[in-house]
Design a protein around this ligand. Sequence first.
Ligand code: SAM
Ligand code: SF4
Length: 360
Amino acid sequence: MNSLNKILEKEDFTKDDLLYLLNSSGQERLTLFEKAKEIKASFVGKKVYFRGLIEYSNYCKKNCYYCGIRAGNSRYARYRMTDDEVLEAVNYAYINNYASIVMQSGEQTNKAFVTKIESLLKKIHQQTKGEIHVTLSLGEQSEDTYRMWFEAGAHRYLLRIEVSNPELYLKLHPDNLSHDYQRRLNALKTLRKSGYQVGTGVMIGLPFQTISDLADDLLFFRDFDIDMAGMGPYIEHADTPLYRYRHELLPLKERFDLSLKMVAILRIMMKNINIAATTAMQTIDPQGREKALMVGANVIMPNLTPVKYRQDYLLYENKPCLDEEAEECKSCLEARIHMAGDTIGYGEWGDSRHFSERQV
Ligand code: SAM
Ligand code: SF4
């Protein structure tokens, strides 16, 4: 008990401290969670911000070994939402006071895609009188594209580094330029330069990943000085190359527990960033997102993708809420968030305080 309390009193954690915290169990694990909860309440408040999630398209040019919508998987019908469908989802967010949306998609870099996103951003801005803040999660793009989308009205960008260890990255992706670790890292730096609030994150419990890798991931977030984080457990998918390692994975419950610890430790390390309670956490535990809120997360992404597309955006198995319309999703979430002791920041952008404080 003594060592854990001593670590929690420090201003900055060493790698050994992080390993200790990630391995904590019993009462020490609960003390870690309690500390994260206190820090959340003091630095970002007991409020949760909604980002309505629009899974715009499952076309993807890449072949990440873990992802169900990788180009090489021919099992899913490929779709792209129409402008009207996107604007309808945005309108739902707008009239329900979500104040923010996230547009996520498989990675495409062709001109038609880039200009389509630009025009959608302008339409969203016009339709909501600039009152909706937009987060993009559309993969690696050129500096020109990132700047063009920023100017068209995007405010935040999520690009997970996936794993911060370049050697591990190579085991999880094909060895070619479009899956190059350095390129992904450079994309994160370009996003920062282009003015975005920048979010990144990792998957937790991947094959070949160690606790030491996770400690390094936390140090990576600190050193990159991220504004937002989205982390969650890796969940296997039968149509992907990594599936053959499924017998070597930690049990789901342990992947979930490690994810909770990652959220809690990051909240203590980076007190005023935004941290998402991710859908992958809910996949393992029906109350996974609420549990993440109780140990430091402060952002939730209710799914606004039309139900007819959801079966085709399966990044991993057992993804929840596949048949839930936005309205059902909303009322079930409200109840769950109140149970977790938080309130919802309706009508508030809930931008990263870390970002705003860096600007002054
Ligand atoms: N294509 C963009 C990209 O890769 O940045 C955005 C969409 S991608 C589907 C969003 C995230 O899904 C990825 O960053 C990855 O961490 C996560 N993901 C993919 N496959 C997963 C899996 N099997 N388990 C958990 N998360 C997964
Ligand atoms: Fe495509 Fe993103 Fe999936 Fe990789 S993680 S295959 S880039 S959708």
